[in-house]
Design a protein around this ligand. Structure first.
Ligand code: URA
Length: 266
């Protein structure tokens, strides 16, 4: 069993689906490939990406005035995030969690915000859900430091009155928006994976109550403030998958969709 198969097994994906090679001029005809039951088809470079659905408004402007952020390099951006006092979350944080990974990654994974462990360690997705996210990356041939960057909608931990983690509010997400937009501009990812409902609804600017079930299963477009479009696929949050093991198969389907939606090399 390969290392990837092991990771898939740990993700709870019983039947191992293998990605086909992109068909080349010399590859086997479609009919021969079709007997690989359970495999997933990658569209050829000439085909349209699967069902792109532009759910992003045409207004390509940040709603938050922080013009200086849009010109920052990584060092200045991370330092600004660490010092940020743009919303109330700064009061409860141990430290801000800007993000981690390959600054030139093709793949950008965006979660909702740091929890207890992330707030302690200063890195996104550590702890059990982070381990599962790492396994998901491994299954795709990625690592958090290699061709993948991991960020969050908000950079500081949100807690409720009893000190438990809670999702960030719309206002908190908006206050952090310029930082994520600058991260996206610096990384220039080829694809974004929105991890969980908060990330998906924030990035797609849909009703925050929209269920993830509605948003997953198709490739959307994320529009940057300067009008570029980046394919975006939404999938379940690893913390949810750890509670709902049977949904891991759907998450793997989402990741396969994302792999198919990765734009070809220029
Ligand atoms: N959940 C998230 O969405 N992000 C983290 O960094 C950790 C947990």
């Amino acid at each position: 069993m390969s290392q990837r198969d092991n990771y898939l097994k740990e993700m709870g994906v019983g039947v191992i689906w293998k990605l086909r090679e992109r068909p080349s001029a010399t590859s086997a005809p479609e009919a021969e490939q079709a007997d690989l039951a359970g495999t997933i088809d990658i569209p050829s470079m000439d085909e349209m990406p699967p069902c792109f659905d532009d759910m992003v408004g045409t207004e390509a402007v940040s709603t938050v005035a922080m013009p200086e952020v849009s010109g920052m390099d990584w060092k200045a951006l991370e330092e600004t995030i660490r010092q940020c006092r743009a919303c109330g979350l700064c009061q409860g944080r141990t430290q801000a969690v800007p993000g981690v990974g390959d600054p030139h990654a093709e793949w950008l994974f965006i979660g909702e915000g740091p929890g207890y462990f992330e707030d302690q360690q200063g890195e996104p997705f550590v702890g059990a859900s982070g381990k599962l996210l790492d396994n998901m990356l491994m299954a795709m041939g990625l690592q958090r430091g290699s061709n993948a960057y991991i960020a969050n909608i908000v950079k500081c931990r949100a807690t409720d009155a009893s000190g438990k983690d809670r999702p960030p509010t719309v206002d908190e997400a908006q206050a952090c928006q310029p930082y994520l937009e600058r991260q996206i501009a610096l990384i220039q990812p080829k694809i974004i994976v929105a991890v969980g409902r908060v990330a998906a609804t924030t990035l797609l600017r849909t009703d925050p109550q929209t269920s993830l079930a509605v948003l997953r299963g198709k490739a959307h477009l994320y529009r940057t403030p300067d009008g570029k479009v980046i394919p975006l696929v939404a999938t379940y949050h690893p913390a949810y998958l750890l509670r709902q093991l049977s949904e891991k198969r759907k998450a793997w389907e989402d990741l396969c969709l994302a792999m198919r939606s990765l734009p070809s090399q220029d």
